[in-house]
Design a protein around this ligand. Structure first.
Ligand code: BES
Ligand code: MN
Ligand code: ZN
Length: 489
């Protein structure tokens, strides 16, 4: 739980208080400023970036322990620096096995940020950082804090209570997506993962339906079924729906849900991150967690989450390179490479969702290409859209949540690359260059008349290493971005 209140150091006693300190500027007023002043003088703590210091029972205060966190120069601090501060502080609290921790919010004037943005960033860092994934470990070394209290030096606390509450919900969504992504593939085969999603969705009050393999066959999901063919675990497609009365807009979110991507007959070789491919359902996890958060936040928009769930495996029944299948949209697809499976399940899900819901906008999130990671690295998602307004809205949301996206082009002449000699289209580019683009162009051929955007999250969906506000594993990248976006499309 996270709370926000005005600090009253005279009355309440505090166990552990984390205090951000800059080297060039005081950030606080009142008793906290005095503490910082004292520690600066007595212990030569300068507030340099990365510097940290603990002071037990500072004299004359009712604080049992003060943790000073150095942040460097005040002018360099942006929202993400405040998320990192809060995440790092909470991490320190968890390492100390605390149950409760206080964080001293600086005065907004000192940071040059709006009070709401500052509080939001600190609340986000704290909520996102307060997370451990240890379901598979006997020894639980760290445990999330039970309570995090943000203390302001005054200001309009009441005006921000709803904001903090919203952040608690959105960050719970991110944590939920992370856990699903970090869960190993043996514990989330399509039907099992669908069952978990449906249970969580129903509990949150969403309408949830599952199309099983038979239904998918009947409806003609030929491209999706081709991916699933090699696995002993049948595919499913889960649909989650938030439909408030009077909603004027319909938005569909589609998430790639490959519960394990071996590559299929084009088996991934060693060194191609095959052991990380449990994360290939991150798009689906993010969409599911977003819908569940939406149910809690109840925005006045009709939102549908579509999760095509398959396992991509090689076997005697697996689809072969060169096979031609008929997609839901009716177009035939030559499967040049069975490892380009994400786009195959997505085109069927996209085409079905467009037909079923006639949405005002459709977005897909997918760990689609290694090429996107080559282009943008592991922290930035590729954004593709022919619709400038939609792309701008996504970039704005991304800037606000710190889930960075970079727009990449959809050049028409590159469509040449995905022409097939024998079928209507090929799932593989003629050359390996521009692989993130050819994948996006392939998708675009199946959503020609609807406002559409595609986020290639292959880089930021998963991290081998822990960061200031996320443990190692699934990052939940996209949940907060999508929730922010819904308010502006
Ligand atoms: N799931 C992978 C993409 C991926 C790679 C995600 C690395 C995260 C980290 C996707 O299904 C894939 O295998 N893509 C191929 C496409 C190629 C065969 C055209 C790739 O990127 O190599
Ligand atoms: Mn693949
Ligand atoms: Zn994949």
């Amino acid at each position: 739980m996270i709370t926000l209140s005005a600090a009253d150091f005279g009355k309440s006693s505090i166990d552990t208080l984390a205090i951000p300190v800059c080297e060039d500027k005081p950030l606080h007023q009142g008793p906290v400023a005095e503490l910082v002043q004292a520690v600066r003088q007595a212990h030569a703590f300068n507030g340099e970036a990365g510097e940290r210091m603990t002071w037990g029972q500072p004299e004359g205060s009712r604080i049992r322990c003060a943790v000073f966190v150095g942040l460097g120069k005040a002018g360099d601090l942006d929202a993400d620096a405040w998320r990192r501060f809060a995440g790092g502080a909470v991490g320190e609290g968890m390492a100390r096995r605390l149950k409760e921790m206080h964080l001293a919010v600086p005065s907004p004037e000192a940071t040059g940020m709006e009070e709401a943005d500052l509080i939001a960033a600190i609340a986000e860092g704290a909520c996102l950082g307060n997370h451990v994934f240890d379901r598979y470990k006997a020894e639980k070394k760290r445990q999330p804090l039970e309570k995090i209290c943000l203390l302001t030096g005054g200001g309009a606390v009441k005006a921000h209570l709803a904001l903090v509450e919203r952040i608690e919900t959105t960050c719970a969504g991110t944590r939920m997506a992370r856990e699903w992504v970090s869960t190993p593939s043996n514990d989330k085969v399509p039907e099992a993962f669908a069952a978990e999603v449906v249970a969580a969705a129903k509990e949150a009050g969403l309408k949830a339906t599952v199309l099983d393999e038979k239904a998918l066959r009947r409806k003609g999901f030929g491209a999706l079924l081709a991916v699933a063919a090699g696995s002993d675990h049948p595919p499913v497609m889960t649909v989650l729906e938030h439909k408030p009365k009077g909603a004027k807009k319909t938005v569909v979110l589609v998430g790639k849900g490959v519960t394990f991507d071996s590559g299929g007959i084009n088996l991934k070789p060693a060194g191609s991150q095959i052991e990380e491919m449990k994360m290939d359902m991150a798009g689906a996890a993010v969409v599911a967690a977003t819908l569940i958060s939406i149910a809690r936040l109840n925005p006045p928009v009709h939102v549908v989450g579509v999760l095509p769930l398959v396992e991509n495996m090689p076997s005697g029944r697996a689809t072969r390179p060169g096979d031609i299948v008929k997609s839901f949209a009716g177009k035939t697809v030559e499967i040049g490479n069975t490892d380009a499976e994400g786009r195959l399940i997505l085109i069927d899900a996209l085409a079905w969702a467009v037909q079923q819901y006639k949405p005002d906008a459709i977005l897909d999130l997918a760990t689609l290409t290694g090429a996107c990671v080559v282009a943008l690295g592991e922290k930035i998602a590729g954004l593709f859209s022919a619709d400038d307004a939609l792309a701008e809205a996504i970039l704005t949301a991304a800037a606000r949540t710190g889930e960075r996206c970079w727009r990449l082009p959809l050049p028409k002449d590159y469509k040449e690359q995905i022409k097939s000699e024998f079928a209507d289209i090929s799932n593989l580019g003629a050359t390996r260059w521009g692989g993130a683009i050819t994948a996006a162009l392939f998708l675009s051929a199946f959503v020609e008349t609807t406002r559409w955007a595609h986020l290639d999250i292959a880089g930021p969906a998963y991290s081998k290493k822990a960061s200031d506000y996320a443990p190692a594993g699934g990052t939940g990248f996209g949940v907060r971005l999508l929730l922010d976006l819904l308010d502006r499309i």
